[in-house]
Design a protein around this ligand. Sequence first.
Ligand code: GLN
Length: 547
Amino acid sequence: MINMSDTKYIFVTGGVTSSLGKGIIAASLAKLLQARGYRTTIQKLDPYINVDPGTLNPYEHGECYVTDDGAETDLDLGHYERFLNVRTSQANNVTTGRIYQSVIEKERKGEFLGKTVQVVPHITNEIKERIQILGNSGDYDIVITEIGGTVGDIESLPYIEAVRQLLWELGEHNGIVIHLTLVPFLSAAGELKTKPTQHSVKTLMESGIKADILVCRTEHNISEDIKEKLALFCNVRKEAVIQSIDASTIYDVPLLMQEEGLDTVTLEKLALPNDTEPNLDQWKEFLKRHKNPKDKVVIGLIGKYVELPDSYKSIQEAFIHAGAANEVDVEVKSIHSEHLTAKNIDKKLKDLDGILVAPGFGERGIEGKVNAVKYARENNIPFLGICLGMQMAVIEFARTVLGLEKANSTEMDKETPDPVISLMEEQKSITDMGGTMRLGSWDCHFKDGSLVKEVYGSSDIEERHRHRYEFNNKYKEQMEEAGLVASGLNPKTGLVEVVEIPSHPWFVGVQYHPEYKSTVASPHPLFVGFVKAVLTQKQKQNNASLA
Ligand code: GLN
């Protein structure tokens, strides 16, 4: 193990435009370094003023990702975990809001001893501290810090200044900058253009930072001539100009980066040994299975943010992992819950082999979700309900099977006579929206003989939560007698974590979010089990229709 002060830092900045995929590049490089034996982690600094993305609508920045320690974070942390199979925490995502909150709290406590509190040095010092928390933990050899936004943005300035200072303090070979940029292709001229990259590197330089490595996003191969030109005008060595061409799957990117030598040049710049080859056997095996499926299933993802695929990022990725594990191509068909009515449901869902009802908040689209649950339950279609999806399964069962027609969650109808999903007492007085849900990792114990116990191959598990409302235990006995079993409970509080219907081929609702914990190296058992059940049920039906 190397000592604490030997931790190396890699800063990833972005130029020209947003959405170039800094998170995937950072995760891919981290994967390559990890595969060479370096203990690597990634951190994301977000320049917005929200304290965390928990209060953001998914349409703004996509899914809110949740860590074991209950941090509500940027979805890039999901990529980090999926690529590295290493858990992230609150320290891995910092926003401008959190930085200011903490500086202002210190100011109120008088910690600045009467000084004027300013962006430089107080905000920049706070940023530098946050960057070094992970490095100083002694758990990592290399920390990759991704700076959100694009260089030149007003709101990124304090971060760029903090990085400049830190590079100076760390000294040569202890910190480097990778600048991700775009090399656009102008079809009228039939040419790739380097000028935007030159300009963004110059902008970075004006802030006192010299890029060590350029990663150039492109739709076409970048010729040696263009690499030379970029190297000359951007002040980097030619080997440090890395092409990042569009890939068919994000999981190809580590291999593409390896071919381009991103890991080798990074290690050289950090003065770390680079003589061993990364061991990517498991990764390649996953890709082989992902790209050579033996069968195909179609699973409906019923949600209300379906226009933006990033809203359900972790679910989409968990299906990719589970598909590879089962050697089956999982087509995820996004279906808007607001458009699902009792009348059109047959038409809209008839081609699905499996149904997943997604998490969510608020009233919009929930009747469509209830209709989708009913369709899955009555037609023996494998079903997985996640969080709000599980709550809708409970509501549907109460309404249709128990005959409690007005059953609802108190989130949707405060006056419902049958609050089968309701707030816990301690949640009732809460008025703050940020960080006040049941968040992070909680224990769950499965009943003997339950489907979930078989699927997980274990009786006791931990899963991540992000919700306020709970299954109302007053209705438990009644539900179980009628066939909906609470098969997973929190051992301390007795809160219901899982419901299932034993008489159905595969019907599971979970109050937690299994999707957050699925990784390439460790596909989530619930998704693997669900996809397997979907495939089995589809094959059974095909056989029946042939007979
Ligand atoms: N809105 C529900 C609750 O707060 C479900 C939340 C979710 O699906 N993440 O309990």
